[in-house]
Ligand binder design. Structure first.
Ligand code: DC
Length: 226
């Protein structure tokens, strides 16, 4: 099998990873793999069961009851399948994001999801975004990007994004949640959010989407012939 190309995009919540990765994947004809959606699906599963993400015993006991699937529709949109049910729309709330951050700290949870992520990258050219893609999931990724922005800019963007979807959004509350999630995601023992030594940092605070896509295209073109 021909060797596949993988572009890892890591960074904190709200840095613009999914918007940028989706655009790049479309431009390049690669699969876009949103790994945050996988952890959100796990969080949603425990939420439905009424299990607190802080209840380590219950998380460990019930994780084997969960089957997570990823499917792509004809437009290339990633769908999350939880025990046979499409939960793609259900996982996009601040509450589930927060619970995903907690549940993703358990080694037992991360372990069962690792092969699934690696298998996609083995079969297809991918742009994969998350927290530990360049450090743990695909340490040999062709290109590694660390996308970041100030917490205030990220909170502003997230507020607008939720409002555009008709969801309630309060900037101060979202900023607090982002800071809390940053703390949890960077301080956990296993696969914490951190920049891989060989990744390129792109700060998106002062850039619009086109600017970020252009900057990353340049980095990608240096490693992968266009
Ligand atoms: O990218 P996101 O906001 O949808 O991610 C939700 C949470 O999932 C995030 O706060 C931490 C966790 N996550 C992770 O631990 N590892 C990843 N590769 C992606 C997400």
């Amino acid at each position: 099998m021909a060797k596949t190309i993988s572009i890892a995009i890591d960074g904190p919540a709200g840095a613009g990873k999914s918007t940028i990765a989706r655009r790049l994947a479309k431009d390049l004809g690669y699969y876009y793999v949103d790994t945050g959606a996988i952890y959100r699906t796990v969080a949603y599963f425990f939420d439905l069961w009424g299990v607190s993400p802080k209840d380590a015993d219950a998380v460990r006991r019930y994780i084997d009851e969960l089957t997570v699937g990823i499917e792509y529709d004809e437009e290339g949109v990633q769908h999350m399948i939880m025990n046979g049910m499409d939960v793609t729309g259900d996982i996009r709330t601040q509450d589930i994001a927060q619970k995903a951050s907690l549940v993703s700290a358990y080694p037992e949870v991360r372990e069962v999801l690792l092969d699934m992520q690696r298998n996609i990258a083995r079969k297809h050219n991918v742009i994969m975004d998350g927290r530990d893609i360049g450090t743990v999931v695909l340490p040999k990724a062709t290109v590694k990007i660390f996308l970041t922005a100030s917490p205030e800019v990220r909170a502003q963007r997230r507020t607008k994004e939720l409002q555009a979807k008709g969801q309630k959004a309060n900037y101060d509350q979202i900023l607090k949640e982002i800071q809390q999630r940053d703390y949890q995601d960077t301080h956990r023992d296993i696969a914490p959010l951190k920049m891989a030594r060989d990744s390129v940092k792109v700060d998106t605070s002062e850039l619009d989407i086109d600017g970020v896509v252009a900057a990353i295209r340049e980095i990608v073109n240096q490693k992968v012939a266009p």
